[in-house]
Design a protein around this ligand. Sequence first.
Ligand code: NAP
Ligand code: HSE
Length: 429
Amino acid sequence: MERVIKVGLLGLGTVGSGVLRILEINNKEVTRRAGAGIEIKKILVRDPGKKRSVQVDPKLLTTDPWEIIRDPEIEVIIELIGGTKEAHLYVEEALKNEKYVITANKDLMALAGAELLLLAGQKGRNIYYEASVGGGIPLIRPLKHSLGANKITRLMGIINGTTNYILTRMSLDKADFAAALKEAQEKGFAEQDPSSDLDGKDAAYKLCILAGLAFNSRVRYENVYVEGIRGINLRDIFYAGELGFTLKLLAIGEEINGGIALRVHPTLIPSTHPLAGVLDENNALYLVGNAVGEVMFYGPGAGSMPTGSSVVADLIDVIRNINHQVENGIMETDFLEKRIIPIEMLSSAFYLRLEAVDQPGVFAGLANAFADEAVSLDRIIQKRSVQGKAEIVLITHVVEERSFNRALEKIKAFPAIERINSLFRVVES
Ligand code: NAP
Ligand code: HSE
């Protein structure tokens, strides 16, 4: 193999280390598939003295991004530093310098992907971002290529490994939220700022990327309704289980009459649903296409080697394109502007847990408030009564969000209702 492609690596943390390890252990397979040798010429880090989980020649490390990005010998930049400020600056400059770019950065692709892809196209280059969603699961390529014949109407996914890890540990081991988060951080799944995971932002960024490709539409982060998993109580996980449901943080995208609805929120799904069996840091994406029917992708959604696997696959693709003198590769083009359907216009079933004074007429009052807004109840259970306080758990039938919210306001105003403890949407299929 005569040709050697020189690569600049920005970042040597969880994912960067996985990339180096894969290039080492699978070097023969990777270079044969790519059709060229691969040399990591320089690596950007913040702290060159830091102890690393991979062995690396200290001479490769630099704290100067421009030494890499402006090196005329380097043809490919792999951005794995995360965040949006520096990452945006470096990716933009790399494209201006006619480098191919690979990134695992969903924040960047969700917030600035459209503009950066445009620049890449103008420069005869491309951005590869398979690792930005679903860690090691192939999702971007299937949406861009393999499912291209379909009109996709719905996608529903567990696309954040950290929150799925926390919910799994809470549900299976009754683990405490903070302890489960600490484990996810130690395993390298969580973002530098874990609030991005916990508040649903990471999943919302990923939903923007997936929905943009699935619905061939320009999707903006501010168009996604987002709720995270903070404050989730073991009680709800337990009661949901008793009622035959599992609590998951779901990202849901739907195309309805030409408009699109995008949301991320904790959701009760039937424990028999395939997404309910997705445990730990695993991710899954279920989608419906009008030709293919229902499809589900499943696998490790975070972590060093799985995410490194997607990055290295992108590198093989880039090198094949360089070898075959395909400048851009296959670009996503022609994103349409589609109407955004706000969450209030959607319909859902709801789970509600509340605390009331244990006295006659409370159930009747709840039933009347719901009936006034045409909200029909599927199940209502009084869980316990301690010191005159009753805990009530109920699930409604599918109803418009607006009607449910109106009923909830009436319920909150009842003197006998002491507290609304939790509220989740329920997806039956
Ligand atoms: P990480 O472990 O925190 O590693 C970040 C690396 O970038 C570190 O080597 C750090 O240097 C370097 N770095 C950060 N900011 C820098 C700056 N301004 N200048 C120079 N170097 C800088 O992060 P990660 O988990 O590998 O994640 C990297 C990217 O992949 C993120 O966009 C993340 O969202 C995405 N991602 C992560 C996973 C996962 O499972 N972790 C999965 C999919 C996608 P030092 O080592 O010297 O501190
Ligand atoms: N923090 C992210 C997660 C990493 O937990 O899913 C993978 O994108």
